[in-house]
Design a protein around this ligand. Structure first.
Ligand code: SF4
Ligand code: MG
Length: 327
């Protein structure tokens, strides 16, 4: 993903044309084949908009998407071919299913629309339902309202897999589930990833779940990437004050954990008019003069680890800088 920008037209003002909401405001990142990239940040940071742009449910104002070496929109990769390879599972398991279709019809729908015979599409649906733990004889003929939330999310996963995608975007896909059901679905996702050789983009506000699922983590703030790198580094030794504050704000599962960072207070500023300089400066306990005027670049701070903070560069004296100089 290179230079992705999406501004939504504003709705305020006398003529309903207020200033634009800068939902995604210049985002570059890669997802490696076979990995899970976790995406975190408060609501309004641009996580879901990024996902929708990747799905091409929304079109970017600027920027390019390259999939498996081919530029989206080029002759080698048209939208139709791309869309088959990228599927999404949303938080609301009910809203994403057609209430008039049975579970097996929902899963068979995509393959049927892509040219499989009715029998072949149904056979694929039954295979996938079995694979996500729903016995087709018992569940196939039920309607979405006749199964539980966890079962419905399994149906959505089966449906997302029905076109044999290579990249699955999970946007808060387990967030509405009870903790015990959530764990089952996370384990299912882990197994499916192995079995089908999938790549995941896993969006969640729950850092513990992201830690469990992700190889790398990307932290977003007000439409930009604050920090990206290996999951252990981002969630263990974060270098961006925003990431540190997010972690401090999470309810800890470790009763002996000490709060070393001030947790986040207040809401993020309005994405219509992000603060100048570093967008986080209005909430950052380390903000200096330079932070108010100059926007930090997303610079390397450790191997494969990048942070957009003036104070995070090696040897800067930032409290999170490593004691051992970087090689
Ligand atoms: Fe804080 Fe400055 Fe770093 Fe922004 S650039 S996160 S304001 S220290
Ligand atoms: Mg969201």
């Amino acid at each position: 993903v290179d230079g992705l920008v999406k501004h939504f037209p504003g709705k305020g003002g006398l003529f309903g044309k207020g200033p634009a909401v800068r939902a995604v405001d210049g985002v570059d990142f890669s997802v490696m084949k076979g990995e899970t990239l976790g995406v975190v940040g408060e609501s309004g940071c641009g996580k879901s908009t990024t996902a929708r742009l990747l799905m091409q449910i929304a079109r970017q104002d600027k920027g390019e998407i390259v999939f498996d070496g081919e530029l989206l929109g080029s002759r080698a990769l048209d939208l139709k071919a791309y869309r088959r390879q990228v599927q999404m599972v949303f938080q609301d398991s009910y809203a994403s299913l057609n209430p008039r279709l049975t579970v097996e019809e929902s899963v068979a729908f995509g393959p049927r629309a892509h040219g499989l015979s009715a029998a072949a599409a149904l056979a694929r649906a039954h295979d996938l339902l079995r694979r996500v733990g729903l016995e087709p004889r018992r569940f196939g003929g039920r309607y979405p309202h006749e199964v539980s939330g966890g079962q419905r999310q399994r149906v959505n996963i089966a449906r997302a897999l029905a076109l044999e995608p290579r990249l699955l975007i999970l946007d808060e896909a387990v967030s509405a589930l009870d903790k015990s059901v959530e764990a089952q679905v996370l384990n299912l996702l882990t197994d499916l990833k192995q079995e089908f050789g999938l790549t995941y983009i896993f969006i969640s506000h729950d850092l513990n779940v992201v830690r469990f699922m992700s190889d790398r983590v990307m932290v977003m703030y007000l439409g930009r990437i604050a920090e990206i790198g290996p999951a252990d580094a981002i969630l263990g030794t974060p270098r961006h004050p925003y990431t540190a504050a997010l972690l401090a704000s999470q309810p800890s599962t470790d009763p002996n954990a000490r709060l070393e960072e001030a947790p986040l207070t207040g809401d993020p500023p309005n994405p219509i008019n992000p603060p100048p300089g570093c967008r986080f400066h209005t909430r950052c306990q380390f903000a200096a003069d330079v932070c108010r005027t100059r926007e930090p670049g997303l610079d390397p701070v450790a191997p494969a680890h990048f942070a957009a903070c003036h104070m995070a560069a090696a040897g800067s004296g930032h409290p999170k800088a490593p004691e051992v100089p970087l090689a």
